[in-house]
Design a protein around this ligand. Structure first.
Ligand SMILES: [Zn+2]
Length: 227
């Protein structure tokens, strides 16, 4: 019999994680109650393979069109296409996975999109000789960060499976929304409007979490800081 410290519950069989809260279990396991599932031949897997092949195929065709078949002088575009395709495929893989933490997937996807926007902007600047406008750090990151924190909060109210396990990802998002604003405040004196709005939205969500999800938030703090 295994034991979950967070749910204060004994769990039969030999699972590694608590079926309710997904935290690691303690204690000695017994013989499994259920046969272990062998993954690999499911419809999900087949769908994933089709997506994987399509992404790689379009990448190759795009590179070939850009550098092999297009003889005339032109702006090279395939590195951007390939980077965005690979990232979309990777995010899709996160979503297709059966047991995923939605808020974690959203945060990781947001960071990946921000990074790729940044790289795209730098690529366009150097390869196409378009002036660097710093749209990503100035607008895209604060806008995505605000949208993501609001979406996370709505999910935390709606999603029945929302546990303290998901909270850390909202807190990380809030840090991303507030820390750059503080840095800008010290460096520039007056942070730009987009970052100020982002900071305000993130602080509001932080307060709302305490008001609407107070018990879970306090438990999470106790767990993280061993109080
Ligand atoms: Zn549990």
């Amino acid at each position: 019999m295994k034991y979950c410290q967070h749910c204060k519950m004994n769990i039969g069989g030999n699972p590694e994680k608590c079926p309710l809260c997904q935290n690691a279990l303690e204690g000695e396991g017994e013989r499994d109650y259920w046969p272990k599932l062998v993954l690999g031949s499911t419809k999900r897997m087949k769908a994933f393979k089709i997506v994987l092949f399509s992404v790689l195929a379009v990448c190759i065709i795009s590179l070939a069109a850009d550098y092999l078949f297009w003889k005339a002088d032109h702006l090279s575009f395939s590195p951007i296409v390939v980077a965005w395709l690979l990232m979309s495929g990777w995010i899709l893989e996160l979503v297709i996975k059966k047991h995923y933490n939605l808020l974690k997937t959203m945060l990781v996807s947001m960071l990946a999109v921000c990074l790729l926007c940044m790289l795209t902007e730098i690529f366009i600047h150097y390869a196409w000789e378009i002036p660097y406008l710093s749209i990503t750090p100035g607008y895209i990151i604060p806008i995505l960060c605000s949208a993501n924190v609001v979406a996370n909060f709505v999910l935390s109210l709606v999603d029945k499976h929302f546990t303290d396990h998901s909270l850390i990802y909202i807190f990380l998002n809030i840090l991303i929304g507030v820390v750059p604003w503080l840095a800008l405040l010290f460096i520039e004196g007056t942070p730009p409007f987009a970052w100020s709005s982002c900071m305000v939205i993130n602080i509001l969500v932080f307060i709302a979490l305490f008001v609407f999800r107070g018990r879970i938030v306090l438990n999470e703090f106790k767990k993280r800081f061993h109080m």
